[in-house]
Design a protein. Structure first.
Length: 139
């Protein structure tokens, strides 16, 4: 079983100290325990590609509750990779595009990616709304 503890180098790269990431093969049961221990509501799901950790999507506490627990599925058998969704947007697309991506995915969290596939940041709906509220008109 592979999982990663809170506050790894990906977190500091993304300027998000609460970012918690896991390997796609981590069971939902272990992922939810890690979320509880780290105080995280979302996990960045990663995969190893050519020796590099590559973000592949996000799993939220809401995903676990609505897609696994409420459906009566076994969280010890299913993995983070099984239920991850590709909640990401290019960093150069701006706040409006990120907000549209969140709206379309019906989620609260979005990974912002650099053009080369590296993680730039993890933003929440609240982060985006706050940023937009403090932006000058027509920005």
């Amino acid at each position: 079983m592979t999982f990663t503890l809170c506050n790894h180098e990906l977190a500091s790269e993304a300027n998000n100290p609460k970012l918690t990431y896991v390997d796609r093969e981590l069971s939902i049961l272990e992922a939810s325990r890690l979320m509880r221990n780290c105080g995280a509501e979302e996990l960045l799901v990663t995969d190893q590609t050519q020796g590099q950790l590559v973000p592949i999507g996000i799993v939220t506490a809401r995903d676990i509750v609505t897609r696994i627990v409420a459906a009566g599925l076994d969280p010890a058998v299913l993995t983070a990779g099984d239920i991850t969704w590709s909640g990401s947007a290019p960093s150069e697309d701006g706040k409006g595009a990120a907000l549209r991506s969140l709206h379309e995915s019906n989620n609260q969290v979005l990974a912002i990616m650099h053009g080369d596939g590296r993680l730039a940041a993890i933003v929440t709906l609240q982060d985006l709304l706050t940023a937009l509220a403090h932006s000058p008109p027509n920005a």
